[in-house]
Design a protein around this ligand. Structure first.
Ligand SMILES: [Zn+2]
Length: 487
């Protein structure tokens, strides 16, 4: 009896000691993440010195070497992992003039994967498609052949507006391209002549000239067309457009102490579109990943599971880097305990998307307890498409995406104005602390959520908005034919 009691007392002692030490470590990590570190300097180097980092560009390659060096300088083991990108696409220069009943130059940029005007300029009559509703397009269906369709837009305020944009353009492109338009000019959704670039619905399979026109110039075109004026556009668009090439993810790692084969992965994407500096999207969270690895190493903390810090590449061009990772690490997919993605700027993290999984939600809520002072957190079961959790979700791996208060994210999204000065540096540190607490929980607690089967993933696709989001980006065929996701 006495022996037994001693045994229980000892057991209790060890159990509570390990609990204590776990939470003490979490507290240490949280304090370190909001304390002094070169986070700002790192971010400024990435944004101001390197600048825009479209995958395939010189800036992007520089950023890969930069990320690798940052991990190495912090004493983190890290490597570049090569993968194939399907199509080189870089805009050199696009210029355009409007002529006819009025003559003026317009500020214009090519949408990603728009074809270049190699042999002579693109010339065509302009026709207004209103805001591109089904009714508006039907009305001009017989008249749009060989013309440049002009689509008006609402001013973009936040991320919801962005998803409306994406959903509309998918429908507009499908309808008008099959009706024989020569090309499409979207009126820019950002005020004061701010240019931006984001993916067209066909991604790298696009073969149509697609442009974004400065909002004020686009509005002038729309007003003139409403007056019944006759206008044509002449566009010279120099694009570096080519075949497959090699790009790199940067993978840093802290090996697990007792479960080195089990992996908790946290990532952000290194690439950006090239008009701005990719500061809120997504340089700030790259700097956060590097800082988290640095702080864990500096504190000498040893996680039970392996933590991988991944700087993804090719995200803006179709989440290619993370897709390729799920192929090259296919044998390890079942060992990925949790995959996190932070990609919505530097506004306050107000919760996480758990991507259709209640079991993930339950554990996540526990992981957020040590940082409840930075809350409240409202986690969302709804799946989200558009960042590097996507292929893990299709592989049935538990995955989360940070959700943020909008801050500047909407108006500066993929725009010239996404620059270093727009990042909320104080909040970025707090977001780092929140993310680190979640990572530390999954890297240490005795929880391993099941991997979903293909049938279970299919259920999430059918029972949530996942299917319609996949359609927005033309992603469903790749899941259906088995080239993306679990077999
Ligand atoms: Zn992003």
């Amino acid at each position: 009896m006495k022996q037994l009691l001693t045994k229980y007392i000892l057991l209790f002692f060890f159990a509570s000691f390990s609990l204590y030490s776990q939470s003490a470590q979490t507290q240490q990590l949280i304090s370190a993440m909001i304390g002094e570190s070169p986070l700002e300097e790192d971010l400024q180097e990435l944004c101001d010195v390197i600048g825009g980092r479209a995958t395939g560009s010189k800036g992007n390659l520089e950023s890969v070497e930069w990320g690798l060096k940052k991990f190495h300088d912090a004493g983190i083991s890290a490597q570049k992992e090569a993968f194939g990108m399907p199509r080189v696409w870089l805009e050199k220069k696009t210029e355009a003039t409007v002529s006819g009943d009025a003559n003026f130059q317009i500020r214009i940029v090519a949408m990603p994967f728009s074809i270049g005007s190699k042999n002579g300029n693109f010339i065509g009559q302009l026709i207004s498609g209103g805001k591109g509703t089904d009714e508006e397009l039907k009305k001009i269906n017989s008249k749009m052949k060989d013309k440049f369709l002009v689509i008006d837009s609402d001013e973009l305020k936040d991320i919801d507006g962005l998803f409306v944009d994406y959903a509309n353009s998918a429908k507009i492109e499908k309808y008008s391209i099959s009706s024989g338009v020569k090309g499409i000019l979207y009126v820019g959704s950002r005020p004061t002549m701010t240019m931006f670039r984001h993916n067209a619905s066909q991604g790298d399979e696009n073969k149509t000239p697609l442009f974004s026109v400065a909002r004020e110039h686009g509005a002038r075109i729309i007003r003139l067309l409403k007056l019944g004026k006759n206008l044509s556009v002449n566009i010279k668009s120099e694009i570096e457009d080519g075949g497959e090439y090699k790009s790199f993810n940067v993978v840093g790692e802290i090996k697990g102490r007792t479960k080195p084969d089990e992996i908790v992965l946290i990532g952000a994407h290194l690439d950006s579109w090239d008009l701005g500096q990719g500061a809120n999207d997504n340089g700030c969270n790259i700097a956060m990943m590097i800082d988290m690895a640095r702080q864990i190493k500096k504190l000498g903390l040893k996680p039970e599971r392996t933590i991988r810090f991944v700087l993804w590449n090719g995200e803006e061009q179709g989440m290619i880097g993370s897709w390729r990772y799920t192929n090259t690490h296919l044998n390890e997919m079942a060992n990925h305990v949790m995959v996190g993605s932070i990609d919505i700027g530097s506004g306050r993290i107000n919760g996480f998307f758990v991507n259709g999984r209640q079991d993930v939600m339950n554990e996540l809520e526990k992981s957020l307890k040590p940082v409840s002072g930075f809350g409240p957190f409202n986690n969302l079961e709804e799946p989200v498409v558009g960042t590097d959790n996507y292929d893990f979700m299709l592989h049935g791996v538990p995955n989360i995406v940070g959700n943020h208060e909008p801050q500047f994210y909407g108006p500066t999204y993929h725009a010239e104005s996404d620059t270093y000065d727009k990042v909320d540096l104080r909040q970025l540190r707090i977001n780092g602390a929140v993310t680190a607490a979640v990572v530390w929980y999954f890297a240490n607690e005795n929880v391993k959520l099941p991997r979903q089967s293909r049938a279970e993933v299919q259920k999430v696709i059918e029972n949530t908005s996942l299917r319609s989001q996949m359609d927005m980006f033309n992603l469903y065929p790749a899941w259906e034919n088995g080239s993306r996701g679990i077999k």
